[in-house]
Design a protein around this ligand. Structure first.
Ligand SMILES: [Zn+2]
Length: 278
């Protein structure tokens, strides 16, 4: 932690979980010491915690940001009490495995991903749930409806108990979950699971700026950068309207989105030509 602090790093993510038994889990004594020392240096600690036990222990140890969602079982009373007391920032990261928008030929997604990636996902059983079910799945007894109900229950319990929602996506870890639409996808999930559009927008603008202690971005206000989108429809009516982008400004300067898209497509073509599978 002292080496990290010397590098002027202000945010740290720790991984507590055993990753399905492939690593030893980080013992609480270790992350308690990490969090204590980080706080002495003014460093915020984000915890990758994928069980209620880890999330509870992280909160008790004083973690600043909980990362990931537990939805296989409901939160217990102790977790709810800790959320009410600590009001942690929380980054659910739920959208990674949900490719429904790729399967549905959503034009907003089409412009954000290389054709090769779109074709691969569409050819897979991901877009054919019936075929996936016939193949026996992965031994998961839950139906998609049950999974959705569990997720909804967990998500709403977290935010209604005091967790402060912060947008986070894991975008970029797979080619099919690309930067540029995954953020809109995740915001759409928040609303699908029961948050209001305003909560989803706050979670994606001012709240992350607050969580990361960034003073010059996150909202339109005197002294902050004029970074904003002009939309053709009201996102408070439908969160999918965040995709109806008319114009984008960064520090008060209009961004040439057509030129960016052309550059983006060109880099796809280059990476498709140079990369070999897999
Ligand atoms: Zn993580």
């Amino acid at each position: 932690m002292q080496d990290i602090a010397a590098k002027k790093i202000h945010q740290l993510k720790i991984w507590e979980t055993d990753r399905g038994g492939s690593y030893p889990a980080m013992p609480p004594q270790v992350y308690e010491a990490v969090i204590d020392e980080a706080h002495k240096h003014g460093i915020l600690v984000h915890a990758h915690a994928t069980s209620w036990q880890e999330q509870r222990d992280s909160l008790k140890a004083g973690v600043d940001v909980l990362v990931h969602t537990v939805s296989n079982v409901p939160a217990d009373a102790e977790m709810i009490a800790l959320l009410k007391e600590k009001k942690p920032y929380w980054t659910p990261v739920m959208g990674l495995g949900d490719h429904s928008e790729i399967c549905d030929n959503d034009p907003f997604v089409d412009q954000a991903l290389p054709e090769k990636v779109l074709a691969e996902v569409r050819a897979s059983t991901t877009c054919r749930p019936a075929a996936a079910a016939a193949g026996g799945g992965r031994g998961n007894a839950l139906t998609p409806e049950q999974r959705e109900a569990n997720l909804k229950n967990s998500f709403m319990t977290m935010i209604r108990s005091g967790a402060r929602l912060v947008l986070g996506t894991d975008s970029g870890v797979f080619p099919r979950y690309g930067i540029g639409w995954s953020e809109h996808h995740e915001m759409g999930m928040y609303v699908r699971l029961g948050a209001t559009p305003a909560e989803a927008i706050i979670a994606s603008t001012s709240r992350p700026a607050e969580a990361l202690a960034l003073k010059d971005v996150g909202m339109l206000a005197v002294g902050r950068n004029a970074d904003f989108l002009v939309l053709n429809a009201n996102p408070l009516d439908d969160i999918k309207n965040t995709r109806q982008i008319s114009a984008m400004y960064l520090k008060g300067t209009k961004v040439d989105r057509d030129a960016l898209l052309a550059q983006w497509k060109k880099s796809y073509a280059m990476s498709a030509a140079t990369s070999s599978a897999p």
